[in-house]
Write a protein that binds this ligand. Structure first.
Ligand code: ADP
Length: 186
């Protein structure tokens, strides 16, 4: 049986999948699956705020004070506090309501807008968690396919400083789902 690819090249950019903890990644930015209030919740959000320290929370508070709650599918950037990553890009994925409430377009937008923010900041590398597939209930395999195809489309269509995009999956079942999605793409 052919080995599943865990990375592909799209133009000059490497798209790869690893099993791990996103709070430990040393990419220029890590992406947070946040909530609209940008107040650290559970899951990956809680882990990022815990590891990054209070400076990130304070910046999030200021952003919400200035521009209000972050709409689903949008993204904002803060510093990385105590993290290895210099920046955290906070985006809000959709809550899964069965699939006919625009969930796919909103999840694609969360990835796309995060990549746009990274590009605007001239970043060369970024790590994503599996947005919306924890507390927000988006079915993993569908989310994986959408995540991988959206990132691939962005890298094909947009001019970007990014040389490396990493999906960091927290458990083996998620890792397998993303590997399969990447295999389908290539
Ligand atoms: P959402 O509310 O968008 O569903 P969650 O944080 O509940 O966000 O889950 C998103 C994904 O992040 C889940 O697949 C979860 O297993 C994963 N996750 C949780 N902690 C980490 C971590 N430290 N690094 C990477 N992924 C994580």
């Amino acid at each position: 049986m052919a080995k599943k690819p865990t990375e592909i090249l799209i133009g000059p950019t490497r798209l790869s999948i690893i099993l791990g903890d996103i709070t430990r990644q040393a990419t220029g930015a890590i992406v947070n699956a946040a909530n609209p209030g940008l107040i650290g919740g559970g899951g990956v959000d809680g882990a990022i705020h815990h590891a990054g320290g209070p400076a990130i929370r304070e910046e999030c508070r200021q952003i919400v004070a200035q521009q209000g709650r972050l709409p689903t599918g949008q993204a904002v950037i803060t510093g990385g506090g105590n993290l290895k990553a210099k920046y955290v890009i906070h985006t809000v994925g959709p809550v899964w309501h069965g699939g006919d409430k625009g969930e796919a377009a909103l999840l694609a937008s969360a990835y796309w807008e995060s990549l746009k923010v990274a590009t605007e900041h001239q970043l060369t590398s970024i790590s994503f968690p599996s947005i919306s597939t924890g507390a927000f209930g988006y079915p993993l395999d569908e989310a994986a396919r959408l995540a991988v195809t959206t990132v691939a489309s962005f890298l094909k269509e947009e001019t970007t400083s990014l040389k490396e995009v990493v999906f960091v999956l927290f458990y083996p079942r998620a890792y397998e789902g993303y590997c399969l999605a990447l295999k389908e793409l290539s």
